[in-house]
Design a protein. Structure first.
Length: 275
């Protein structure tokens, strides 16, 4: 704990977000800054790394170390940063297009690599910044935008939580931006949990997916405790309707890089290289 305590406001910059009024990402920004403050962190101990897209503008709005990187590569940058500076709290943030399409491969491998960082995806099931193309999480029949093919893409939406679980993420949760305090609590827990923590936040794009305003009437607390059993978590995921909020899974894998350091000694190294 630091001698000086910082409030959520201390983690925000003076830069005014350019998001559309009513965009869910405002609340997620507040949840992230509240989580940092609630954990007793200082701005110089934290970093926010993003890719490209509406939500990826977030490093400009957070008073932390930050890197607004390139499309789909936020996790590559975030993992490198954490491995080079293990003392920093690294939070990677972005959207569904950035993280699951362009960055889909990084996502899977970050889950299995299990570097100790937190990945917050503001999922609105659309490419907002480029004016409304379907993203990997868009419903197969969605065609309400001029940028979508008539009748929709016809493709099964990507299931980020199931993929995170299957690929080895060590903490998996689903939140709703309309519950900023609940989201802040989950993000704080995700930061504290060792290894790769994935927090999928349903964050409405009120410009291109106006119907997502209804999410506030559809979401509900999951009503069950998080499990440490991946098979049970998978069963829950495959049978729910996508509206159950909260921490789904807490794993106990050792973070990448930690295992070796914990046991490294000359004798261990000699044994490792013995012929
Ligand atoms: Fe938010 Fe959508 Fe506007 Fe982008 S286009 S700022 S996601 S409401
Ligand atoms: Mg999006």
């Amino acid at each position: 704990m630091n001698a000086v305590t910082y409030s959520a406001k201390d983690f925000k910059t003076e830069v005014k977000p350019v998001w559309c009024p009513g965009c869910g990402d405002y609340a997620v920004l507040s949840s992230i800054t509240k989580a940092f403050a609630d954990l007793g962190l200082a701005p110089h101990q934290t970093s926010v790394v993003s890719g490209i897209g509406c939500s990826s503008r977030i490093p400009a709005y957070t008073n932390t170390y930050g890197f607004h990187s390139i499309h789909g590569r936020a996790l590559a940058v975030g993992q490198g940063l954490k491995l080079a500076r293990p003392d920093l709290t690294v939070l990677v943030a972005g959207g569904d297009g950035d993280g699951f399409s362009i960055g889909g491969n990084h996502f899977m491998h970050a889950c299995r690599r299990n570097v100790d960082l937190t990945y917050v995806v503001m999922d609105n099931r659309v490419y907002g910044m480029t004016k409304g193309q379907p993203s990997p999480t868009t419903e197969a029949d969605w065609d309400a935008s001029a940028m979508a093919p008539p009748g929709g893409t016809g493709m099964t939406p990507f299931h980020p939580l199931a993929i995170a679980l299957a690929a080895g993420a060590n903490f998996v949760a689903r939140c709703f931006s309309g519950d900023p305090n609940g989201t802040a609590e989950v993000i704080a827990e995700a930061i504290k949990h060792p290894g790769f923590s994935f927090v999928a936040v349903m964050s409405p794009c009120i410009t291109f997916r106006e119907e997502q305003r209804e999410w506030k009437n559809m979401v509900r607390p999951a009503g069950v405790e998080a499990t440490t059993d991946a098979a049970q978590a998978a069963r829950r995921l495959m049978t729910d309707d996508g509206m159950n909020m909260g921490v789904l899974y807490r794993g106990n894998r050792v973070s990448y890089g930690k295992e070796k350091k914990a046991t490294a000694s000359f004798a261990d190294l000699e044994a490792e290289f013995a012929i």
